[in-house]
Write a protein that binds this ligand. Structure first.
Ligand code: ATP
Ligand code: MG
Length: 197
């Protein structure tokens, strides 16, 4: 079973969630990361075809996306979290919170409420803050934000820092600090970090 070393700002898994690991032989975090990364690559191919769907701003799409990204590794891919975490809302509130966020985002798009990058970053922050799934929320929410950027705002993806963000790097520290500031209501740090004025 994998050891419990986590990079800063990652969510630890509980025993039931760990039991959902489809590869029983893996022993290190590094092996898990590689398996997840391989699944994400196939998930991104699914996404390329699926971005044309007309239901991208629905809970159903969000669940399908998480499933496509993690289904080869975790039995619970695409299903909402049932346990409390150090980050995220009460699990019982997840589906309503997600629906509200997607409704808000639809309104921001329709009424051009914010500059495009700001809207995308607000969406990303709210999504990770809900913390829909037992794991994979960061990667899922960055990918989801990037599709929203492309499909609804016609802007390039956010430069999150690639896989450096998965490791203990300054890039990750800056990202987590920006999210924490946003939790406290200060979005200026995340806006500055990812390039809006
Ligand atoms: N204080 C915070 N407020 C909001 N979101 C946070 C906070 N701290 C961490 N996060 C988000 O939670 C993610 C970690 O959750 P989780 O482990 O489910 O995602 P992951 O995709 O497995 O990991 P990661 O993207 O961190 O490599 C971080 O990437 C970040 O997006
Ligand atoms: Mg994680």
């Amino acid at each position: 079973m994998i050891t419990n070393e986590y990079v800063e700002g990652a969510t630890p898994l509980d025993p039931d969630e760990l039991a959902g690991l489809k590869y029983k032989h893996i022993t290190t975090r590094g092996q898990l990361d590689e398996l997840e990364q391989a699944n994400i690559v196939t998930g991104l191919l699914w996404l390329k075809k699926s971005i044309a769907r007309d239901d991208v701003l629905t809970s159903n799409f969000a669940m399908d996306l998480h499933k496509a990204l993690f289904k080869d590794v975790w039995t619970w891919a695409g299903t909402f979290r049932l346990t409390e975490k150090n980050i995220g809302i009460d699990p019982y509130g997840i589906s309503v919170a997600l629906r509200n966020l997607l409704d808000d985002l639809s309104a921001w798009i329709e009424y051009k409420s914010y500059p495009p990058v700001e809207a995308v970053l607000r969406f990303h922050h709210q999504l990770v803050k809900i913390h829909l799934f037992p794991n994979g929320n960061g990667r899922f929410s960055r990918i989801y934000a990037d599709i929203v950027a492309e499909k609804y705002f016609s802007i390039p993806p956010i430069n999150w820092g690639g896989r450096e963000l998965d490791k203990i790097t300054q890039i990750r520290k800056d990202y987590i600090n920006a999210l924490r500031a946003a939790d406290g209501g200060d979005l200026s740090i995340i806006f500055e970090l990812y390039g809006c004025d």
